[in-house]
Ligand binder design. Structure first.
Ligand SMILES: [Zn+2]
Length: 280
């Protein structure tokens, strides 16, 4: 499913077409997403200027002066840009947003075969957005300068669960999905089964650095993790091809060359690690 890097790649691809533009129309063909698309949404945004396109966790935020259009890609969603106009919609093309810019208009099209994505409206400014039910409980952004070893150390005291699951929970730090959790723990040399509260401060430093490095690399290479994910500009992502441990079970570890990568299941999610390089 699309994870933070995919959403950030999407944001960067859409921003030039969206930011500073005026929404000419918003067409909803299928309101039955994870939550119903609000009936009055088109009226909220028509004729209004998009100030900025932001991201918080896996939410894409179309910031207007009077509110925010909140989009989530769910399991299979993607946004595509169609400069000048979109082709006839397919059966999974649920929403079109036409945005006018001085240099011409584009149609931003939301496609979501499994319909676990979302498109919602939050009235008001920054405060209202931060307090909204969807965003209020999200952990810190991994690229926030306050996210470091000290933060990770402080916020894992008292958390007895395995560090892999604590990362996945998203209430401590957002964006470390299943692939990125395995990859980050490998890079930091930490066994994914280690109780979070047992991690020393230096290991927390290494883990925070690894999380940022792994996510930054994924964003750089275009983001991927859904096999059929297609970026906003039509290119596929590549991240899984560069994975060090994810889905490499049985293969030799790329770091030590000695041990075979193991696959275990934690809370119904697959975890991959090197039993030699990663220690409790
Ligand atoms: Zn190894």
């Amino acid at each position: 499913m699309p994870e933070l890097p995919e959403v950030e790649v999407t944001r960067r691809a859409l921003a030039p077409a969206v930011e500073g533009g005026v929404v000419r129309e918003l067409v909803v063909r299928e309101p039955r997403l994870r939550w119903p698309v609000p009936a009055g949404l088109a009226g909220q945004v028509a004729g209004r200027k998009v100030l900025r396109l932001e991201r918080r966790g896996k939410y894409l935020l179309w910031r207007f002066e009077h509110g925010t259009l909140i989009s989530h890609l769910g399991m299979s969603g993607s946004w595509r840009i169609h400069p000048g106009g979109a082709p006839p919609p397919g059966r999974h093309d649920h929403v079109d947003v036409t945005v006018e810019q001085p240099q011409g208009g584009s149609v931003l099209r939301l496609t979501d075969p499994r319909r676990f994505g979302a498109l919602l409206w939050q009235r008001g400014g920054e405060q209202a957005l931060r307090r909204s039910a969807l965003l209020a409980r999200l952990g810190i952004e991994p690229f926030d300068p306050r996210f470091d070893g000290g933060f990770l150390h402080q916020h894992t005291r008292g958390r007895r669960g395995p560090i892999k699951q604590v990362l996945l929970a998203g209430d401590l730090v957002v964006g470390v999905g299943n692939i990125y959790a395995s990859e980050s723990l490998f890079e930091a040399g930490i066994d994914p089964r280690t109780p979070a509260m047992r991690l020393s401060r230096p290991r927390c430093e290494r883990l925070a650095q690894a999380i940022r490095a792994v996510l930054a690399r994924a964003i750089e290479t275009g983001g991927s993790s859904l096999r059929d994910f297609v970026g906003a500009d039509g290119r596929s992502g590549y991240f899984t091809l560069a994975a060090q441990v994810y889905e490499r079970n049985g293969l030799a570890c790329l770091r030590c060359g000695r041990a075979a990568i193991r696959r275990i299941v934690q809370s119904a999610r697959a975890t991959y690690f090197c039993p030699h390089c990663q220690r409790r």
